[in-house]
Design a protein around this ligand. Structure first.
Ligand SMILES: Cc1ncc(COP(=O)(O)O)c(C=O)c1O
Length: 253
């Protein structure tokens, strides 16, 4: 068994969430945003990491955080990720339950614009094609490290919740042409929901990566076009493309 230590990524204590923000934050900077806006549970690692990154880059951050009915936010503010959000200076809007997030988010974004800020909205858990791209990259990285170490893996196991992490790995594997299986282990979300999310985001991410998805659906070749996405983060995507093409040119194990 080979364990990929993404928990050792910097910033600390953020694991798979770091890779999701890599391309998302690149996009926020390219769009000259000055306030990151995101959402999640009051103990969300993703929201806390977004606050850390914002602080590091000198951006503001607004988070819409939900707690379960009956949870006392005052108590939670004294511990875990929420305590860090508060210390990091995140402007927090608390809502009662997951379903209240969308409405609160649009109000927060509207209010920021009214005040002359340039908000950048990051979906809950970084569930977006740009977030999944970080994990496409992770597949290529893991695959080449495994090859260097002489490891021939049959499966990659990953935790799966929103499905963003798994989508990136699935697409990375697909583009590499490797036969390895990607197995998601639910963090508690229903299996059917995870499968739907993974399928949907894999598709959207494929479209983001390749201007013409029809002839590039399964394996990477030298004919990919990604210029349309240069405005997102040209250098990073060019580097990702290079890695994918290198991967696809090596013979499947
Ligand atoms: C370490 C780790 N990896 C992956 C995941 C799955 O993240 P997601 O499916 O939301 O991308 C989680 C969260 O459940 C996690 O804690």
């Amino acid at each position: 068994m080979f364990i990929k230590r993404d928990d050792a990524l910097i910033p600390s204590f953020s694991g798979n969430k770091v890779r999701k923000l890599e391309f998302i934050i690149g996009d926020a900077i390219a769009k000259k945003s000055n306030t990151l806006v995101t959402s999640g549970h009051t103990q969300s690692i993703h929201a806390r990491l977004t606050a850390m990154v914002a602080r590091k880059l000198g951006l503001d951050v607004s988070s819409v955080l939900y707690s379960e009915k009956g949870d006392k936010v005052e108590d939670e503010e004294r511990s875990g990720n929420l305590l860090l959000d508060v210390i990091l200076g995140a402007k927090i809007t608390y809502v009662d339950g997951y379903d209240a997030i969308d409405h609160a988010l649009s109000e927060v974004v509207h209010g920021l614009r009214q005040n002359g800020r340039r908000p950048y909205l990051i979906p809950t858990a970084g569930y977006a094609p740009l977030g999944a791209l970080g994990h496409v990259n992770r597949f290529a990285e893991t695959d080449s490290q495994a090859a260097e170490m002489g490891i021939k893996a049959s499966h990659i196991l990953t935790a799966s919740g929103s499905g963003g992490t798994q989508s990136g790995l699935v697409l990375g594997k697909e583009l590499s042409g490797k036969r390895i299986k990607i197995l998601g282990i639910s963090d508690g979300a229903p299996k059917g929901q995870i499968i739907r999310n993974v399928m949907e985001l894999t598709e959207r991410t494929r479209k983001l990566l390749f201007a013409s998805d029809e002839k590039n659906q399964v394996t990477a070749t030298g004919r990919h076009h990604i210029a349309v996405y240069d405005e997102v983060s040209g250098k990073s995507i060019a580097s990702l493309k290079g890695r994918l093409l290198t991967q696809s040119n090596s013979s499947p194990r």
